[in-house]
Ligand binder design. Structure first.
Ligand code: SF4
Length: 704
């Protein structure tokens, strides 16, 4: 086969949404080449470079699969049979238990248009309140904190090009050198210009090594550190009184709380020397421009929202928000984690970042849909709550683009819960671990086979273009929704789908996340458009809050935050902290990247990072098998000894399933506001093991 001209599109994976070209190479295989797009400037990571290899994967699902007997095998079925089976079950469940007994679970990789349609499918076609998505596991704490403090949630309130202009950057718990490597060029440029970059992380990650300073904080103590920095900054006269008076409210309560976080006390909580806290506070206080960025480290905690609010307090008190080259931002994780939560697949939200509990917002969306607002359900269960009800109040679950058996916390308990459902339907392009245990598997198109828009971590809306048609037998997620809706008696979703681009933009008009003026033509011509962009003549909004914050009075809100312990701390029985995260060569649950041979060759199996001193105490040597167990489960992982981790902490990547599934260990304790689970901190016990335990598949677990 001769090479085909490469077409411009974007990487399917993370929130940087690097621009890339996709075409056939000289051997006829699908291949990726870099594209000079403003986010990645020609850079790609290994995941992006190899993404096209999955387009012709022999593991690709091309026919629906149906489990005709509850404990039987998945067998090929026609689309008609599979969709009829799903619809018949849903109709019966809805009649017996009501529409809220049907749950819908979406993904942060769905396009904006699909996320929008999924919300309509759930709330209107099915009539259920219970829809949420896996972004709840990801950026929910930063989103909730941003809404509280600024009145708006957008990952970064400024474009990436502002990063090199910041004189000081403090990164709380993010490792972009591994999760989104091309972004490092912005931090490298900031350092070249003489800036300081401080990384706060229990691990000396690749990002920490590239920084000027590393604060190797005790897991779960981020807000104490931020309060300590603010304590010193206020004491030394760095609070920006004019900014606080003119553009904020609530400072006095914060001042009173942080007065109790003197450096010696914060040293005892965080493990960061008091002198270092004073030095960094002084640095932040004197910085002409300061950015505070957070990642999943502090966010995926049972006090994740408070953690982020404490970082926001710091930048607000120093007058480092609402101006260029400064402010707080969240390093959003999933490809469309941002857009996915703006347009209706989150339990409490409607398109345009509207709220289900707001009468005006309900009326605005109902008007676009041509229905009585009373037909819109109330806010539903958040992701973990929804999964926890599986087999109880939730009788059927429809999962789109999410591999929850690997990515959700306390994964063994979840597999059992899913086994108690009357119906589990998974829409995916590979037989993921979640698809393996489904009753119905529906094969759908991949990223390079579909058209839509995505919203990256900057709030830049980009255009995902189709490069090739899907294989024969494969449909889109939208076809799946329309097919089920029609069988449930809703013929209107098909009309919405035919014109989804236009209806989606109309549904966002007037909302906080207003996309009304963002057409695909503009995106192509302008290398993306930043929301809000209410009409064709509007230039888009790369920088938020320059004139006012998005609160009713235009002022940013301080929130007094006391440091609280994580839900679980090490004790005599479980003496170490466990923290989890991502590695360079894998993406999220690994459903895609564990099928790319070169990525698997680079890192074939999960591992446990452990400090050599800790390992010596436990007679564990490099490469030994380690049995790690928590109150929820146990895994066996190969020891990877490194001085880059704290002595009281071990780290495991969460991309794998079976015997190495880190999420068999993690704690589903939720933040009370964001409902994010505490992936980043739990207590674990360690023992040297003689051999790996046999991997248990999710199917074995649910029948055990
Ligand atoms: Fe870029 Fe992220 Fe894709 Fe890597 S995974 S190429 S950083 S979008």
């Amino acid at each position: 086969m001769s090479p085909s001209p490469a077409a411009p599109t974007h990487c399917p994976y993370c929130a940087l949404q690097c621009g890339m070209m996709v075409g056939r190479d000289d051997n006829g295989a699908w291949a990726v080449s870099p594209r000079d797009f403003p986010t990645n400037k020609g850079g790609l990571c290994r995941k992006g470079f190899t993404a096209a290899s999955l387009l012709d994967s022999p593991e690709r699902l091309k026919r629906p699969l149906l489990r005709r007997e509850k404990r039987g095998a998945l067998e090929p079925a026609s689309w008609e049979e599979a969709l009829d089976f799903v619809a018949d079950k849903l109709i019966a469940i809805r009649a017996a238990s009501g529409p809220d007994a049907i749950g819908v679970f979406g993904g942060g990789g769905l396009t904006n248009e699909k996320a929008y349609l999924l919300g309509k499918f759930a709330r209107f076609s099915i009539g259920t309140a219970n829809i949420d998505y896996n972004g709840r596991f990801c950026m929910a704490s930063a989103a909730a904190a941003g809404l509280r403090a600024f009145g708006l949630d957008r990952g970064l309130p400024f474009p990436l090009e502002d990063i090199p202009e910041a004189s000081v950057i403090i990164i709380f718990g993010s490792n972009p050198a591994e999760t989104m490597p091309p972004i490092m060029q912005y931090f490298e440029e900031q350092r070249r210009r003489g800036g300081r970059c401080i990384v706060v992380d229990p691990r000396r990650t690749a990002t920490a090594k590239a920084a000027t300073d590393h604060l190797q904080v005790t897991p779960g103590t981020d807000s104490a550190l931020a309060n300590g920095l603010l304590h010193v900054a206020i004491q030394r006269g760095f609070a920006d009184k004019a900014f606080i008076a003119e553009r904020t409210s609530g400072f006095e309560a914060v001042r009173r709380v942080v007065a109790r976080y003197w450096p010696d006390r914060v040293e005892r909580i965080t493990g960061i020397p008091a002198k270092k806290i004073e030095e960094i506070a002084e640095l932040c206080g004197r910085a002409p421009s300061l950015m505070a960025l957070s990642g999943r480290g502090p966010e995926q905690q049972s006090h994740g929202v408070d953690n982020v609010l404490s970082f926001i307090n710091l930048v607000l008190a120093l007058g480092q928000s609402g101006k260029r080259n400064a402010g707080y931002g969240c390093m959003t994780g999933q490809g469309n984690g941002q857009g996915g939560r703006e347009h209706g697949q989150k339990a409490d939200q409607l398109p345009g970042y509207r709220r289900l509990d707001n009468v005006r917002h309900r009326a605005e969306v109902a008007a676009v849909w041509g229905i009585d607002p009373a037909r819109l359900p109330k806010p539903g269960l958040s992701a973990c709550e929804l999964l926890d009800e599986a087999g109880r109040a939730i009788r059927a679950l429809l999962v789109f683009a999410s591999n929850i058996v690997v990515s959700a916390p306390d994964a063994l308990a979840l597999a059992k819960r899913l086994g108690a459902l009357d119906l589990l339907v998974v829409s995916d392009f590979f037989l993921s671990e979640t698809a393996e245990i489904a009753d119905v598997v529906l094969p759908v198109a991949q990223w390079a086979e579909e058209e839509g828009t995505m919203t990256n971590l900057e709030g830049r809306v980009i255009h995902r273009r189709p490069v090739k048609p899907p294989p024969e037998g494969v449909r889109s997620d939208i076809d799946v929704m329309v097919g089920i809706a029609a069988r449930l008696g809703d013929d209107t979703l098909g009309k919405s789908a035919d014109n989804v681009d236009d209806e989606f933009r109309r549904a966002t008009a007037g909302g906080a996340a207003d996309y009304a003026g963002i057409t695909r033509e503009r995106i192509d011509a302008e290398d993306g458009v930043f929301w809000p962009c209410p009409d064709a003549g509007h230039p888009g909004t790369p920088r938020l809050f320059l004139d006012r914050f998005a609160t009713p009075d235009g002022r940013a809100r301080f929130h007094a935050v006391e440091h609280m312990e994580p839900a679980e701390r090490p004790d005599a029985e479980y003496p170490y902290f466990l923290t989890t995260g991502r590695i360079l060569t894998q993406y999220q649950s690994g459903a895609q990247t564990r099928r790319v041979p070169s990525l698997v060759a680079a890192e074939p199996a999960p591992f446990l990072e452990i400090h050599p001193d800790t390992a010596a105490l436990l007679s564990i040597r490099q490469g030994d098998w380690v049995h790690a167990h928590t109150r929820r489960g146990a895994v066996t992982l190969a020891a990877r000894l490194t001085p880059d981790i704290r002595r009281d902490t071990v780290f495991a990547p969460f991309h794998w399933s079976g015997a190495g599934a880190a999420n068999a260990l993690t704690n589903a304790a939720l933040d009370p506001i964001s409902k994010i689970p505490e992936f980043k901190v739990c207590a674990v016990a360690l023992e040297r093991a003689s051999a790996p335990t046999a991997p248990a598949s999710a199917r074995e677990i649910l029948h055990s």
